[in-house]
Ligand binder design. Structure first.
Ligand SMILES: [Zn+2]
Length: 386
């Protein structure tokens, strides 16, 4: 691949914004050098004053544009990868709902093939890279099932999970289930699969035990768990105070009131991870849509089951960054880190993803202050231009 050079925009580095610099890259970032350096061996890309930021990473998204990671075929999942790229997402974890294990196994096999495809030829692929799967069910608590179908919820099946750890990058477990703590220990000591606690009714002490056993993340903080109370701090209390626990946040202003964004940002700092938790209606008009075998009514930014239960979101990740930036004192680069470097660290891919640094993949986006996306580059290839 020939060398390219991105020039003429402030560069959002992980700890500062660099002015008057340019980025030399092929499939990886090679150098960040002063903008007046003379290079004859590169093809220039003019950022035209737009911010140059790291590509966004969504570790929790079920679907969009009518497709769903659990039920779509290969072409459907490719469509999702191309759609999220228009939001500035350069890599992500297709996220599976509670389904029978045989069906999840088929999804793992399908997505494993697509993951390879997403890496070996960016230009043909044309969408965000697949980093693995986020397995949200079925090892969750029926008491906090949210929009997951109760009939398929089961206690953890260790043999099943261990057979797919090459593709499961993140798994949600309810620690109170029989065998869950064992599985947390086994996964986090012998595989690269990260464990999030969520869809659970555990209290504060049990949450600390789960973190001590190896869990490192909390699935969509505040949602599908007990709330915080001063005599009963619960999982929320443990998540907010335990500094090394990454917390996923659906910053759509509906799942969590925007008044709490600052509290979470202050508590979690570099452990705050913006996610979309989007379902197939994302990017589509209001109406009725299927989610994990149940009908969901989408109205504006709300998605509800007939009984009023919140069922996924229609949030896009660039909008989540914009919301966090708008309703907290975080700078735009700090808000961007919550959807790039922090998720990369949370799932252990920060050696090659998550920030603009020499040696990392050339996953870059051009944005304005409202988080409109002008160009998405993944592995050095432009996959979206607006
Ligand atoms: Zn969920």
């Amino acid at each position: 691949m020939s060398m390219k050079c991105l020039i003429n925009g402030p560069i959002v580095l992980k700890d500062r914004v660099a002015e008057d610099m340019m980025i030399i890259f092929d499939d990886t970032i090679r150098e960040i050098v002063p903008a007046d350096a003379t290079r004859t061996d590169v093809t220039y890309i003019d950022a035209a004053g737009k911010w140059i930021a790291p590509g966004l990473i969504d570790v929790h998204s079920h679907g969009c544009v009518g497709e769903d990671a659990t039920t779509s075929d290969a072409e459907g999942i490719r469509r999702m990868c191309r759609s999220v790229a228009t939001d500035g997402v350069t890599s992500w974890l297709p996220t599976l709902m509670t389904y029978p294990l045989e069906s999840l196994g088929r999804s793992f096999d399908l997505i494993r093939g697509l993951k390879k495809e997403s890496v070996y030829d960016k230009a043909v692929w044309g969408g965000a890279e697949i980093l693995g799967v986020n397995m949200e069910g079925p090892f969750i608590s029926t008491a906090k099932k949210g929009a997951h179908l109760e009939e398929y919820i089961i206690p953890p099946d260790k043999d099943f999970v261990m057979a797919y750890t090459d593709i499961i990058r993140l798994i949600t477990l309810a620690p109170e289930l029989e065998g869950a703590m064992d599985l947390i220990r086994e996964l986090t000591s012998s595989t690269e699969t990260r464990v999030a606690v969520g869809h659970t009714a555990i209290g504060y002490e049990e949450a600390l035990e789960a973190f001590d056993a190896g869990a490192t993340e909390v699935t969509h903080l505040f949602n599908a768990m007990n709330g915080i109370h001063h005599r009963n701090p619960g999982l929320v209390g443990a998540a907010l105070t335990r500094k090394d626990a990454y917390c996923e946040l659906i910053a759509d202003t509906f799942h969590i009131n925007k008044g709490l964004f600052q509290l979470v940002a202050d508590c979690k700092k570099d452990h705050l991870v913006l996610i979309t938790d989007s379902m197939r209606a994302a990017g589509l008009p209001d109406g009725s849509y299927d989610l994990g075998g149940q009908m969901v009514q989408k109205e504006g930014i709300r998605c509800l089951l007939p009984n009023g239960t919140i069922a996924g979101s229609v949030l896009r990740l660039n909008q989540a960054v914009h919301n966090l930036y708008t309703y907290t004192d975080l700078s735009l680069p700090e808000a961007i880190c919550c959807a790039s470097l922090h998720p990369a660290r949370a799932i252990g891919v920060d050696r090659r993803k998550g920030s603009i640094e020499p040696g990392k993949d050339a996953d870059l986006i051009l944005i304005d202050e409202d988080m409109n996306i002008y160009r998405t580059i993944t592995g050095g290839e432009t996959i979206y231009e607006n």
